[in-house]
Design a protein around this ligand. Structure first.
Ligand code: DAK
Length: 259
């Protein structure tokens, strides 16, 4: 892969969008290779948490590739939008938690990529925005859907209609990011959080992710029914017996088997 790097450290994988000359803009090649990288990581059963970040110190992802998009017709735009949405939905439903380590510009498709992740951490220089209407288009990789679900309808509409960018502190204030740290602290913070997640029972974490994500798309009655199902499924795992036995035996150092 030319535009994506994949790295493994313990139970944590890191995918880096590596096209710094174009501020990591999402060309078809980047999206295709990101999709391949997701398949690789998904098939590695030792991975319990995934971090997605951008190469360099300036940009996470500066959006969809404007040069590539400019001359698309309606049908081609639909194919491009559908593929990007499929890749981002894969991230949203990925079998383990995904942390976006946002190390600079997260504009348009970059903001949308970050929003498809479970958790967003940002460096102090991060900038978020949905500038699409200033380019004559709408957000096309889930921005009209996930931004409102993440920060509420009013703020999402303000950001999308005005096309104005916001800086990291404001992103934290509106709940778009969990935490803002110095740039040099971004990857260590993301790794620490990923390792903290990976230390817990992976199937329980995955079931919790499914319950939260699926429950958010439904009414409370259906949501709690989803929760009951994911909760009870945990009792078919070795890790449930092990985790509870460790508690009762006062064992502090646990090592879950992912079974
Ligand atoms: N696409 C292509 N190239 C980009 C790019 C992008 N989004 N962003 C930056 N670049 C390139 C620049 O063209 C420049 O290339 P060279 O001129 O050096 O060859 C290089 O990266 C460095 O950029 P700048 O020289 O502009 O760097 P500055 O520090 O001056 O400015 C910036 C940084 C991030 C403020 C600026 O580059 C910028 O405003 N970039 C564009 C940000 C943007 O508007 N992003 C949103 C893109 S629209 C859909 C599917 C998807 C989407 C919509 C619909 N469907 C099919 C329905 C998604 C749309 C978007 O994401």
């Amino acid at each position: 892969m030319e535009t994506i790097l994949v790295n493994y450290e313990g139970h944590v994988a890191t995918i880096t969008i590596n096209r710094p000359k174009a501020l990591n803009a999402l060309s078809t090649q980047v999206l295709t290779e990101l999709n391949e990288a997701l398949t690789e990581v998904e098939n590695n059963k030792e991975v319990y948490a995934l971090i997605i970040t951008g190469a360099g110190e300036k940009s996470f992802v500066a959006g969809a590739d404007i040069a590539e998009m400019k001359d698309k017709n309606v049908e081609e735009a639909a194919v491009y939008g559908k593929f990007g949405n499929e890749v981002f939905r894969r991230i949203e439903t990925f079998r383990c938690p995904v942390i976006a380590a946002v190390n600079g510009f997260a504009l348009g498709g970059g903001c949308e990529l970050a929003m498809s992740c479970d958790i967003r951490l940002a460096s102090e220089n991060a900038v978020f925005g949905q500038p699409e209407v200033g380019l004559g288009i709408t957000p096309g990789f889930g921005g009209t859907q996930r931004l409102a679900r993440t920060v509420g309808v009013g703020i999402a509409k303000e950001m999308i209609y005005t096309a104005r960018n916001i800086k990291a502190p404001r992103a934290a204030e509106i709940g778009l990011v969990n935490r803002v740290v110095a740039l040099e602290e971004l990857m260590p913070t993301a790794m620490k959080m990923a390792n903290g997640i990976a230390a817990n029972a992976p199937i329980a974490v995955a079931n919790a992710k499914k319950a939260i994500n699926n429950g958010l798309q439904t009414d409370i009655e259906s949501g709690v029914a989803i929760e009951v199902e994911e909760f009870s499924n945990c009792f078919a795992t070795e890790d449930q017996t092990y985790g509870m036995t460790c508690f009762l035996d006062k064992v502090k150092e646990k090592s879950f088997s992912n079974k």
